[in-house]
Design a protein around this ligand. Structure first.
Ligand code: BG6
Length: 465
């Protein structure tokens, strides 16, 4: 049996706006996440988990768990408060300090350039729809990060969940859903981001660092509800629409034909400039970082007309007329927040990516959001989280045994942080942070049961689950 290699990157994940706080100090500019959007009722990212103030303590706890790596994102508006132009030295200092603290404990930094937090100044000038502005700004920002931190960061991810920004950006708070021609705009935004990503990937390669760079989409396999050929066809198309559109562009430098035809048929196709396809071809990824929470299930489409978002979020999606109808998978249990739990789907997802791209895979998110209970003695018995991660690690071992090149595992999240749209009551961390959605608490850190369990898993290199 092929086992997990000794260089496997065991760690966990966070993102800047969901954990740092300190949004109004040390020169940080505003990002769109500092606004109160309608969907963000009562969700407050201003203080988050105070990681900006507690980073040393947090890294020390990660080291205690035995982390080999830590996946986090850099806040664009902390480095360039206006998104472009003048740099904020205090922001640079923070990430230099964080990197040096990690390296002190031999923890490999795995860095996301962009995780749901575009600078507000750029957004106010049209954001990703303003191609020249945003693509240039993104290339400038990323290049600066490579110059500043490229000596110490060997694993880079360009954009976190590019596909979720397009599919459910309204839930994450980065897309205003009440716009004319929304889908036409969304697929132009998608294209502009793909171009920016390819240019940055190429730039990184041209700078001759020893590291690797890739995208970090949310990839989860889409099943057919039945063995009817038309349901299988719907699942094939749903995978193209949800997953491969994004990975084909990043890994093959091509547009997925099923997704492209769907866009053309509906008038959503983006405007391409001369040389764009060449840009995609010249900026291909070195590896695939991906986030996996669960699968989804579809049947043949019964609808015509326009898309309705309905009650969707990153893992629940919606019907696409002409492609598929979404359906509930009764075979799978669900979390308290309605996300199905499917460890075997994790294996199917890895197999599908490996078959298609033959690139190293790194898990950059996977985890269970739950209402944790703090006992009177301060302990937190999150056996459900242990069960979830354990079941997924069992499948990860199967994947490695089959020869799939999985190079790291970073569950969401290292510490408790604010969910994209459900507040901090939906907790994911190994490390509890004492703060609630009303701002009550002292941000004190404590170890959950899963903390001790994960420490054991890492110390045995995944042998003892
Ligand atoms: C992913 C995101 O979609 O899932 C994270 O990359 C997010 O930013 C995570 O927090 C869990 O989702 P949620 O909505 O429960 O916070």
């Amino acid at each position: 049996m092929k086992k997990i290699g000794k260089d496997f990157l065991w760690g966990a994940s966070t993102s800047a706006y969901q954990c740092e706080g300190a949004t109004n100090i040390d020169g940080k500019g505003k990002s769109v996440q500092d606004l109160t959007l309608p969907v963000k009722d009562k969700i407050d990212f201003r203080n988050a988990s105070h990681h900006y103030f507690h980073y040393k303590e947090d890294v020390k706890l990660m080291a205690e768990m035995g982390f080999k790596s830590y996946r986090f994102s850099i806040s664009w508006s902390r480095i360039f408060p206006k998104g472009t132009g003048e740099i904020n030295q205090k922001g640079v200092d923070f990430y230099n300090n964080l990197l040096n603290e990690l390296l002190k404990y031999n923890i490999e930094p795995v860095v996301t350039v962009y995780h749901f937090d575009p600078p507000l100044d750029l957004e106010n000038q049209g954001g990703w729809l303003n191609r020249d502005l945003m693509v240039n700004a993104f290339v400038q920002y990323s290049t600066k990060l490579f110059e500043l931190f490229g000596d110490r960061v060997k694993y880079w991810q360009t954009i976190n969940e590019h596909n979720m920004i397009i599919q459910v950006g309204h839930v994450i708070g980065v897309i205003n859903p009440k716009q004319d021609n929304l889908f036409k705009k969304l697929y132009q935004i998608n294209h502009n981001m793909l171009i920016a990503q390819a240019l940055v990937t190429r730039k990184y390669h041209d700078m001759n660092f020893k590291g690797i760079i890739g995208p970090a989409p949310n990839i989860s396999y889409v099943y057919a509800e039945t063995s009817k050929p038309e349901d299988f066809d719907a699942s094939y198309k749903a995978n193209a629409w949800r997953n491969w559109l994004y990975l084909d562009a990043a890994c093959l430098g091509e547009y997925n034909t099923i997704a492209w035809e769907w866009m053309v048929k509906n008038g959503y196709e983006p405007e391409l400039r001369e040389g764009d396809l060449e840009i995609l071809k010249k900026g291909k990824a070195d590896f695939i970082a991906f986030n996996y929470y669960n699968t989804s299930t579809v049947r043949a489409s019964t609808k015509i007309g326009s898309i309705k978002f309905s009650e969707s979020d990153q893992q629940t999606a919606y019907d696409i007329p002409g492609l598929f109808d979404l359906c509930d998978n009764k075979n799978l249990p669900k979390t308290e927040f309605g996300w199905s739990i499917d460890p075997q789907g994790f294996l199917h997802t890895m197999r599908a990516m490996w078959d298609r791209y033959r690139m190293p895979l790194m898990v950059t998110e996977n985890g269970l959001g739950a209402y944790d209970i703090v006992e009177e003695d301060g302990s937190i018995h999150d056996q459900y989280r242990i069960d979830y991660i354990k079941a997924h690690l069992e499948q990860l071992k199967v994947a490695i045994n089959e020869g799939i090149d999985v190079i790291g595992y970073h569950p969401w999240s290292a510490i408790d942080l604010v969910s994209t749209h459900e507040g901090i009551k939906k907790r994911y961390g190994f490390i509890h942070v004492n703060i609630n959605d009303n701002g009550e608490g002292d941000y004190k850190r404590s170890r959950k049961d899963s903390f001790y369990w994960y420490k054991k898993v890492i110390s045995t290199n995944g042998e003892d689950l």
